[in-house]
Design a protein around this ligand. Sequence first.
Ligand SMILES: *[C@@H]1O[C@H](CO)[C@@H](O)[C@H](O)[C@H]1NC(C)=O
Ligand SMILES: *[C@@H]1O[C@H](CO)[C@@H](O)[C@H](O)[C@H]1NC(C)=O
Ligand SMILES: *[C@@H]1O[C@H](CO)[C@@H](O)[C@H](O)[C@H]1NC(C)=O
Ligand SMILES: *[C@@H]1O[C@H](CO)[C@@H](O)[C@H](O)[C@H]1NC(C)=O
Ligand SMILES: *[C@@H]1O[C@H](CO)[C@@H](O)[C@H](O)[C@H]1NC(C)=O
Ligand SMILES: *[C@@H]1O[C@H](CO)[C@@H](O)[C@H](O)[C@H]1NC(C)=O
Length: 490
Amino acid sequence: AVGGTVMFTTTLSPSEKPFSSVNWSFNVSTTIIIFVINAENIIGPEYEGRITFFPSTASLELRSLTLDDTGEYGVNAVHDGTLLNGRTTLVIYEKVSNVLVTSSSTDLVEFSGSVSLSCSASGPSLSFLWLNGSSEVTASDRVQLTDGDSSLTIVNVTHFDQRPFRCRVSNPVSTVTSDPVNLSISYGPENINLILSPSQGYFAVGSDISLTCSVGSRPPAQFKWFLNGDQLLDTGSELRLMNVQMSNSGNYSCQASNNKTLRSQTSEPSAITVLEKISDPSVKPSPNLPVEGISVSLTCEAIGSAFKRNWMKDGSDLTPTDNMILSDNNRVLTFDSVNRKDNGEYFCNISNPVNSEGAKYIMIVNYGPENVQIKGPNKVNIKGTLKLTCSAESTPTARFTWFFNGTEILTNSAEYVREEVELSDSGNYTCQAWNNITERTSSSVVHGLTVTGICKSSGCAAGCIAGIVIACCVIVAAAVGGGCYIYKKK
Ligand SMILES: *[C@@H]1O[C@H](CO)[C@@H](O)[C@H](O)[C@H]1NC(C)=O
Ligand SMILES: *[C@@H]1O[C@H](CO)[C@@H](O)[C@H](O)[C@H]1NC(C)=O
Ligand SMILES: *[C@@H]1O[C@H](CO)[C@@H](O)[C@H](O)[C@H]1NC(C)=O
Ligand SMILES: *[C@@H]1O[C@H](CO)[C@@H](O)[C@H](O)[C@H]1NC(C)=O
Ligand SMILES: *[C@@H]1O[C@H](CO)[C@@H](O)[C@H](O)[C@H]1NC(C)=O
Ligand SMILES: *[C@@H]1O[C@H](CO)[C@@H](O)[C@H](O)[C@H]1NC(C)=O
């Protein structure tokens, strides 16, 4: 390079014997230096102060190079009586300078413009290379390199071309890179996306919701917001809905527009549904008490936006049987003809996407009385105790009324007890059951009783032989029911 330094070395290796003489010349005729052993060096006038000669190797250093130093260099050396010579050619170049990039435009719109960058520089033997960011630009459909690569044309710019472009200029002696040229490429809006936070579409009344419109755009886009297609007053990339009410439900969308590209894009609508939380759940029976055979219904209610109702019975999902009908979207559970098998705990779970609540009802089906039975002895000894118990299948528990030979003798007791029975207590005991809810009375059940006389008193006890007593009793009892008493008196 101009101004640089060059070292001419020879292939001669230093030896014990020094060179007798060395002669360096330029373009054959111009003397650079004549060296003769033990004599003063002769130096050409153009080389005064610019050279250093190394006698031991016959090498030569030449400094402060100018374009005029381009040419052929030769050396003759006498060593040990032999003449040796060599030659070489030196080319001096100017260094690259004044590298400058000019651009046809720096303000561009994506897809609707092309740009030409042109690189200029001073110096000989220049070659050009373009850098896009840190990578080398190569020619393609969109990218043309012309004028010995010094011009770069990008057709149909995209926003990916928004990188600093630099031109790198080289020649054999130097490389210089230009300052970066920044293209401003307007683009978009593109890839619009409406993001809800929280991200679900259902919200409870009172929630705070944030909608963010994200979009790629340069310069930044301007926003409009729409609810069910009607424009809202809000502008800005974020729409905040505080303390939402059901009236805030609807389809939201945002529109972004770019005032440079004059393009706009609208997002897909995002549905927001605001729901009242479910509260105060209840399962209410129809006003008539559940009596077997009649129709009964349970109604599942709550305050709030009910979406779904599920019924359970005794902890498992309810499988409706023949006599059940679920209607009004599971709101009403009707028993066509309620049966005692329908007894149990009914649970209704009301849910919507925001919460769920449940309520229960314990069903007790009233029925009966049925299957009335009297338990107790059919024979009681005179003076013994008579205890009769009446039972019936009934819900609620039945009330009982007792009759003797058709005459009422006791009410409201399942047990009829009579101590010290007399012979006159023999006869028909009747029990009748009554259910105060079903208001049904059972058919009567008759229980026959015989009071028997025995030889239990003083006469026999005083000295009779047991065998006689037994015989007497057996005979008398067998003969006449009431005879024993008379006989004893006798
Ligand atoms: C510009 O480039 C885009 C994407 O590469 C392409 O869709 C569009 O057709 C091009 N436009 C022209 C005018 O070449
Ligand atoms: C610049 O580099 C980016 C990223 O590598 C690339 O997408 C774009 O096409 C390049 N542009 C040119 C003109 O080479
Ligand atoms: C274009 O949009 C940018 C960014 O939103 C804004 O700064 C600029 O003022 C707008 N220019 C016009 C003319 O509206
Ligand atoms: C929201 O959009 C959906 C589907 O696009 C539609 O079914 C629904 O009716 C819309 N809601 C309102 C409130 O417009
Ligand atoms: C009520 O239903 C909802 C939605 O189906 C469910 O998540 C929840 O666990 C149910 N609750 C009960 C107590 O079964
Ligand atoms: C009760 O009826 C039985 C059988 O009909 C009869 O033998 C008995 O004398 C009656 N008793 C009374 C106290 O009426």
